[in-house]
Design a protein around this ligand. Structure first.
Ligand code: ADP
Ligand code: MG
Length: 582
């Protein structure tokens, strides 16, 4: 058996280096952080062979004092903190004092630096951590660091590196991230002598447009919100622009790029029920928090942080982004309201204030509106409305296509509504309000139904038993795996002797379902299906209620509920000019 031995400093150095430096990207990240910490206003990065052959960074920061240059590459040497408590005070990106030491241990490194006010700077060349040459050097104030042959002395690690192209992509993406967070600093990147990025110093807006590109920028909207000494700001995309991956979400905490689940979740939540679950919004999120509310020392490459008050932060991020999404919807809704008014030039539901017509029936849905589908409902809510409407709108203006789509003639053309998606949106909004505390309208069953559930369904029933009453289900356990249902939400159409509730329950899967997924499942299974014929009143009522929801244009899964076809479009397709006759 081999005896236990203490490792040589050379070996421990290489092991430690592996923590910080996994690939060229990590080197670049650490070097840029150092330049930014040194207040550089311009950073030039040149890589060769994806950074595997060489990485060179040049900055105009404060420089390193000649007498400190050997110390800079010693492990745990830093000018940024003196004790662990300092990391709760600092705003610098670095603090561990191990990056240069780690990089130095696994490469051939050269540093040339000159400090402000010095007459002469210094240049040192190391190989695998050992000094090979050392002498005076003169340059402008700032630092140049050259890292060659990364992992030349760790061949095993070297084998795990990817192709030049993919290492380059990672590096460029990292620089783009820094560029977003540090718009006042100019960045230039060259790869194998070719310039691949060049961002002059500018405002955040200019930088965001440059980094994300002119095709994306018009779909972004700025947000900003402050709560005490926490500030969140940035840009997020309208539902019109989403991506298939999270790659276009950039998050920074005090200028540090982070991959944070909490922040990611908060962004997701802002788009809840507005975009499909498998799409990702584009977002540049900057969070500024006092350093003492933050632990930056929880991850080897500092890519994660921990917040003292994560709930507040989650809420702030989510509501600031939700704010800009709702703004947009309101103005879009205004448009549809005018469209809608052209269908129903009615006088009810509007109040004249100073000559301005406010269609209040769209923004303040009355309780119990979901009764519309029950013909036998004691007070069909829109009876009065429908009568008035009938007087003004010829019945021919509503038409159901293949028992699935409602087509409505409007002044400028027509609107096509997907009846299932629209009803889903209505039921979802209703259920959301009910779960949030409004009293749901319940339809009592004349004969309470007993349902025998599968073990999984019963399991799920127990998990959501608290949420069900909010939706309008009056159900309770009734012996082993059996439940008794006395009431169901008013407005649900396909109760189907309990199949509806069973489907919702088995749909929830394992694990604790989030309220939102219960709501979506409920809305989806309860909604009128494609293929079901609707009466004229039902079509009217569905349309009416759809416009009363908060996000009428998408279903809770984010798919569109309606399309609009303009007369102009038809005229174009029939190659008519608006005046053509015959
Ligand atoms: P840390 O950034 O955690 O302090 P590093 O190993 O990255 O540790 O750097 C060690 C020290 O070298 C820094 O604290 C800083 O004083 C100095 N340094 C490194 N890079 C630069 C630079 N580009 N400009 C000025 N000083 C630098
Ligand atoms: Mg550093």
């Amino acid at each position: 058996m081999t005896r236990i031995q203490k490792l040589t400093p050379e070996t421990t150095g290489k092991i430690a280096a592996g923590e910080v430096v996994e690939r060229p990207f990590n080197v670049v990240k650490e070097l840029i952080e150092n330049s930014l910490d040194a207040s550089a206003t311009r950073i030039v990065l040149e890589i060769e062979g994806g950074g595997k052959r060489s990485i060179r960074i040049d900055d105009d920061g404060t420089g390193i004092a000649a007498e400190d240059l050997t110390r800079a590459v010693e492990n745990y040497s830093t000018s940024k903190i003196t004790s662990i408590d300092d990391i709760y005070r600092i705003r610098s990106l670095g603090f561990r004092g191990e990056a240069l030491a780690s990089i130095n241990a696994v490469s051939r490194m050269t540093i040339r630096s000159m400090e402000e006010g010095a007459e002469v700077g210094r240049e040192i060349h190391w190989v695998g951590g050992g000094i090979r040459s050392d002498g005076p050097f003169v340059r402008t104030v700032g630092t140049e660091i050259l890292v060659e042959d990364l992992f030349f002395n760790l061949p095993a690690r070297k084998k795990f590196l990817s192709s030049d192209a993919s290492e380059t992509r990672r590096i460029v993406a990292a620089v783009q991230g820094f560029a977003l967070a540090w718009s006042q600093t100019a960045f230039v990147v060259r790869s194998n002598g070719r310039e691949v990025l060049s961002f002059p110093a500018g405002t955040l807006e200019e930088r965001v447009e440059m980094v994300l590109g002119p095709s994306v920028f018009p779909h972004l909207k700025q947000f900003s919100m402050t709560d005490g000494n926490i500030k969140v700001s940035g840009y997020a995309s309208m539902p019109s622009m989403t991506k298939g991956t999270r790659a276009s979400q950039f998050m920074f905490v005090n200028g540090r790029a982070v991959k944070d689940r909490l922040l990611g979740h908060a962004v997701r939540q802002a788009y809840q029920s507005i975009i499909p679950g498998d799409r990702f919004p584009i977002a540049v999120l900057m969070l500024d928090v006092p350093p003492d509310m933050l632990d930056v020392n929880v991850h080897p490459t500092k890519a994660e942080v921990r917040f003292e008050n994560d709930r507040d932060i989650h809420r702030l991020v989510s509501s600031s982004i939700r704010g800009i999404l709702e703004e947009k919807t309101v103005s879009f809704q205004d448009k549809v309201e005018s469209v809608y008014k052209s269908i129903f030039p009615r006088d009810h539901g509007s109040s004249e204030v100073d000559g301005v017509s406010t269609p209040d029936s769209y923004t303040e849905p009355e309780a119990g509106r979901s009764d519309w589908l029950f013909q036998e409902s004691p007070q069909p809510l829109f009876e009065k409305d429908s009568e008035k409407v009938r007087g003004q709108v010829s019945t021919g203006l509503y038409w159901q296509l293949h028992d699935s789509y409602i087509m409505i003639q409007i002044r400028g053309g027509m609107v096509i509504i997907d009846q299932h998606a629209a009803h889903e949106r209505i039921l979802y909004d209703q259920a959301r309000r009910n779960v949030d505390g409004e009293k749901p309208a319940v339809q009592s069953l004349l004969f309470p139904a007993t349902l025998e559930l599968s073990p999984e369904e019963f399991d799920n029933f127990e998990k959501v038993v608290e949420t069900l009453p909010g939706l309008g289900f009056e159900a309770e356990p009734f012996g082993m795996r059996t439940i008794i249902v006395r009431g169901i939400p008013a407005g649900v159409r396909n109760w189907d002797d309990g199949r509806l509730l069973r489907t919702i329950l088995s749909d929830l899967g394992r694990g604790l379902p989030a309220t939102d997924s219960i709501l979506r499942s409920f809305a989806c299974h309860s909604a009128v299906r494609a293929g079901e014929p609707l009466t004229l009143e039902e079509m009217e009522s569905l349309t009416d209620q759809l416009f009363a929801t908060e996000f009428p244009f998408t279903c809770p899964h984010g798919r569109p509920t309606m399309l609009r076809v303009e007369m102009r479009e038809l005229e174009k397709r029939f190659q008519r000019t608006p005046k053509t006759e015959g």
